[in-house]
Ligand binder design. Sequence first.
Ligand code: SF4
Length: 285
Amino acid sequence: MSKIKIAELFYSIQGEGRYMGVPSVFLRTFGCNFKCAGFGMPRGELSMEAAGIAATHSLITPFQKYEELPLVSTGCDSYASWMPEFKDLSPMLTTDAIVERIMEILPHGEWRDEHLVITGGEPLLGWQRAYPNLLDHSSMSRLKEITFETNGTQKLTEEFKHYLGEWTAEQWDREITFSVSAKLPCSGEKWEEAICPEVVCEYEKRSTAYLKFVIATEEDLKDAERAVKEYREQGFKGHVYIMPVGGVERVYHLNNRAVADMAMRKGWRYSDRLQVPLFKNEWGT
Ligand code: SF4
């Protein structure tokens, strides 16, 4: 039976992108190919916030669960879902056990109009082999909408491509979306590793896909324009969203209005981060 290492599994409101405002189950897988330590930092500098928390966890006082972990204002706001120091907080669960937990947290004990978000970390890194088992489980048959939140760098495996092809052909009333949060230089990641148009076009061939960029400055906007040009040249047709940087309210409020203005100027879509004003971006939201 397939297993997935689960960093978090919780029920909340989707705060970002196409399904903003929709009650959703979030399945956060463990592991990522990036670090994104540049978010919220001056260009060229990398955050050490998460590394400091990891040192405390390993050497001084181990945290027992996610809710005890401090939030960060710089770097990756879901750092514990990929840093090896926190892997003990993420159990490896069978797909049956995951479905059982999902049914427990759904308010009516079954899928109604809720949406499933498979996020990370990077959910397409190694777990693609387990998703058919998860999504084909009999208790998941009433689930109609699923989003993979990915950084857009991981190729689909042949098996998963085949599965998605069959899904699109046979399940006309169910939809899979790839929300591609491609990382611009403000993340601290390298362009040639982060902007992978041919990979994202493969997602779009089999389902709905859109791009979502985290923006703090006009320089980031210019980077987003350059990236969109590269995706379009490869044939990508999906929508483009821009979203303010900021895992904590103080940072989010600094630039959400400016990013909304940029979206209007460019004719792109604005994505909020509703989880920040609604829930302070705490773990489990
Ligand atoms: S890709 Fe996402 S999960 Fe991975 S380090 Fe970057 S922000 Fe964090």
